[in-house]
Design a protein around this ligand. Structure first.
Ligand code: ZN
Length: 467
């Protein structure tokens, strides 16, 4: 692999910015200084007028996931290629054991699927069932496979939802092992009640999806999960916070000293529940995800929570389906596959809505798209930083370049985009993934299998309460 010198740009990290050139050698940052000279066979990327930042870390994706009688549209190749085109250089995806399946066996299946990644990746494990064997194998996952985060569902009754006693036992097991629990916080029983009510009233379209998952369901479940984490005494990561009441529950717990980390998604900062009233089924169903998009006024609450540090990471919950796949639920909203894309879009949306609007500084943008997630999941400073010795995962963003997001031009493997027509002033023009020039001014050079699995250590920064 040739050395690459990124020359003439302004280097921005979560802590500050300065003019500097960046030399990448053998997949790492080898030098960072002004006036670096390229050697004989060094490739040079001219970054004058541009910002050089750590590549995005997306802590929440679902590639190649079997769901509701289908499989999500992006596999680990197309999904990570799209990520690279959008400036993301690390994903953390989810291993999902079948009910009763050995978690270790499930990990082997997922590792095989992930062998075609274009960027580096790590895994969380979904605790899709609970029992002695699961608890036992968790130790092997943590100690031998570096899989140190476990996701628990308070929703999806009869599929993934665990009763409170299993959640408590699972949290306690995480605490013993130094693992970090994640929660999908929605009140599963209430949602089933409301879904049945909708169906009995003959409301079967996508609008019923949002009506059956009101924000109170998220607020209650968030408070419940946060309370469990406080009393079991361990950190907790709350995925995809969308409701004001959920952000408030996290803020209150953090004020009491609880080690709660909150994630939101770009979609919740920009898209509101009116999409479910669209007369075009493909558009309404294309936005079906859980939790759903919320009333517009919640967006200000979430921005404020990001500014206050109540929410400190952004993921995408990238889980995309085609229009044809969404039509599986044409006559029954509960059969619409849940999920939307965004792994390619996240940085552009946050740049435009965050930095260009003055809500975020470029440094805060780096924290929210990269560094904080790397810290939460103990990948920092190898990821999420541009320190000497860190992996050479970086982006060059041209703040003058115009970008328009669309299903027609995206690399995500679907014919739909929740960001159709979204325009950003400022675009990622180059992406380096561990020193490989994977995206070069519009040219995606995705090489199957070029990314690596990232094992992680337990008792990371989340346990120290530094976030
Ligand atoms: Zn998810």
């Amino acid at each position: 692999m040739p050395d690459i010198l990124v020359r003439g740009g302004t280097v921005v990290t979560d802590t500050g910015r300065r003019r500097a050139d960046v030399l990448c050698r053998d997949g790492r940052i080898a030098a960072l200084d002004e006036g670096l000279e390229p050697g004989g066979d060094t490739a040079v990327i001219e970054a004058g007028g541009c910002l050089v930042m750590p590549g995005g870390v997306d802590p929440h994706t679902h590639m190649q996931l079997p769901m509701m009688d289908t499989v999500v549209a992006d596999d680990f190749f197309t999904g990570t290629a799209a990520a690279a085109a959008g400036g993301t250089t690390t994903i953390i995806d989810f291993v999902g054991p079948d009910r009763g399946q050995s978690p270790l066996d499930a990990l082997a299946v997922w590792q095989e699927r992930a062998a075609k990644v274009v960027i580096d990746y790590s895994f969380h494990m979904t605790v899709s069932w609970w029992g002695e064997r699961f608890a036992t194998e968790m130790e092997t996952l943590v100690r031998e496979h570096g899989l140190t985060s476990f996701k628990f569902f308070l929703a999806y009754k009869n599929r993934l939802m665990l009763p409170d006693e299993d959640l408590i036992a699972g949290f306690a097991r995480c605490r013993e092992l130094g693992a970090l629990p994640l929660v999908h916080a929605e009140h599963g029983d209430l949602i089933v009640y409301l879904q049945n009510k909708m169906q009995s009233e003959g409301v079967t379209g996508p609008r019923a999806h949002v009506l059956s998952r009101p924000p109170q369901c998220e607020a209650e479940a968030t408070l419940r999960a946060v309370t469990m984490a406080e009393l079991v005494d361990l950190p907790l990561y709350v995925v995809h916070v969308s409701a004001a009441g959920a952000a408030e529950a996290i803020a209150a717990a953090r004020a009491r000293g609880a080690k709660i980390i909150g994630e939101t998604l770009p979609g919740f900062l920009a898209i509101d529940e009116s999409v479910y009233s669209d007369p075009d089924f493909d558009i309404a169903a294309g936005h079906v995800m859980s939790p759903p998009f919320r009333p517009r006024e919640y967006q200000d609450v979430l921005w404020q929570a990001l500014r206050d540090g109540v929410l400190s990471t952004t993921g995408t919950d990238h889980c995309c389906f085609t229009r044809a796949q969404k039509r599986l639920g044409e006559h029954d909203f509960t059969k619409i596959p849940n999920g939307c894309g965004s792994v390619e879009d996240r940085l552009h949306v946050l740049w435009q809505l965050g930095v260009n609007s003055g809500r975020l500084t470029p440094e805060h943008f780096v924290a929210l798209t990269s560094t904080n997630a790397a810290k939460a999941f103990n990948l920092w400073p190898r990821k999420g930083s541009l320190d000497i010795g860190a992996d050479a995962d970086l982006i060059v963003l041209d703040p003058q370049r115009h970008k328009r997001l669309s299903a027609a031009t995206q690399h995500q493997n679907t014919d739909f985009s929740v960001w159709e027509g979204f325009e950003s002033t400022g675009a990622v023009v180059h992406t380096l993934a561990r020193g490989r020039h994977v995206f070069a001014d519009g040219d995606l050079r995705a090489e199957r299998g070029s990314g690596c699995y990232l094992p992680r250590q337990p008792f990371g920064p989340a346990y120290q309460g530094v976030m």
